[in-house]
Design a protein. Structure first.
Length: 315
């Protein structure tokens, strides 16, 4: 039986994280892009996949594990994920425990001699937030501060260059070009946020994913759930949030594409406030879905959609 068929069969027979670790001992093909084929890249969340595409350009082919609307905190790896990781030349993931149930697998891969990179490794540690409910871990949602996400470009440039040194200059130039676009996006976000008076910059969402956004663009952020969606929402939490909304006369609250809407919709009903729209939090939109002049399946489209939705609802 071919090696890949054996690996997938093993994956299906055994439950839990340990099953996926079994394939890590199998050797990867050490081919390079020098033979004319595209570099096979595996990426976990959609934001990471888009980042890699921006840097890798024509020399790569990205295979994403999680699609639009998927919650990475709760995601469980499948047999097809094991196959994508096994076949990948290079693997990129977000890191900072964002990938939750996949973290053991990704950590094991990163400790091997393979080309495996958490893109957030180049974010300065003093810029990371460490919320009390994270038990000494950092908040992983760094992409909501565009400047911090721009720092992640360096990891992708490094990873692709280490696998394919012949095209190092190409990756470097594309990385620099993309960082300039992100700098422009950050400035646009600041200008868009400044259209809203400071007293109205209160962002209430399904889970506490927007703290970097709040710090970067001047919003007070309140999430019904904690940093991870694994956290359960109690009736007391809901009642407390309803009281907060009424006290501060918040005009609108926001559901998220990767979190069920029902609980926050109940809060909106009890507080007598409207749902201002759906935000992208732990995943981008569907690639190719256009809104105004931007693609919701890209990181830039994600940021623009969120800012436009928030500002227009809270004005």
């Amino acid at each position: 039986m071919p090696m890949m068929t054996t690996m997938v069969s093993l994956f299906r027979r055994v439950s839990g994280v340990s099953l996926m670790l079994a394939f890590l001992v199998m050797p990867l093909t050490n081919a390079t892009a020098a033979d004319g084929r595209k570099i096979n890249v595996a990426a976990t969340v959609t934001m990471v996949g888009d980042l890699v595409r921006q840097v890798g350009g024509e020399f790569i082919e990205v295979h994403g594990l999680m699609g639009a609307g998927v919650d990475p905190h709760l995601y469980k790896a499948s047999a097809s994920d094991a196959q994508k990781l096994q076949q990948a030349d290079v693997i990129f993931y977000s890191g900072l425990l964002l990938e939750g149930k996949m973290q053991d697998v990704l950590t094991k891969l990163a400790r091997s001699k393979r080309f495996v990179y958490p893109v957030t490794e180049t974010v300065p540690q003093d810029k990371l937030l460490e919320p009390p409910d994270m038990s000494g871990h950092y908040d992983p949602h760094v992409w909501f501060d565009v400047q911090l996400w721009s720092a992640c470009v360096e990891t992708v440039v490094k990873g692709l260059s280490e696998f394919d040194p012949a095209n190092k200059e190409y990756f470097h130039k594309r990385g620099e070009t993309y960082k300039k676009r992100l700098d422009a996006l950050h400035k646009w976000a600041l200008d868009r946020a400044n259209e809203l008076p400071k007293e109205r910059r209160i962002l209430i969402t399904s889970h506490d994913a927007f703290n970097y956004f709040g710090r970067a663009y001047g919003f007070q952020v309140v999430g019904l759930q904690g940093i991870s969606t694994v956290t359960e929402t109690s009736l007391a939490d809901m009642a407390k949030l309803v009281e907060f909304i009424k006290k501060h006369q918040v005009k609108a609250i926001f559901v998220e594409s990767s979190v069920p809407h029902k609980t926050l919709e109940r809060v909106a009903q009890d507080a007598g406030v409207r749902i201002g729209g759906e935000l992208f939090s732990d995943a981008t939109g569907t690639p190719g879905a256009m809104e105004r002049d931007y693609d919701l399946g890209t990181y830039e489209g994600m940021i623009k959609h969120n800012l436009n939705t928030i500002i227009e609802a809270l004005k």
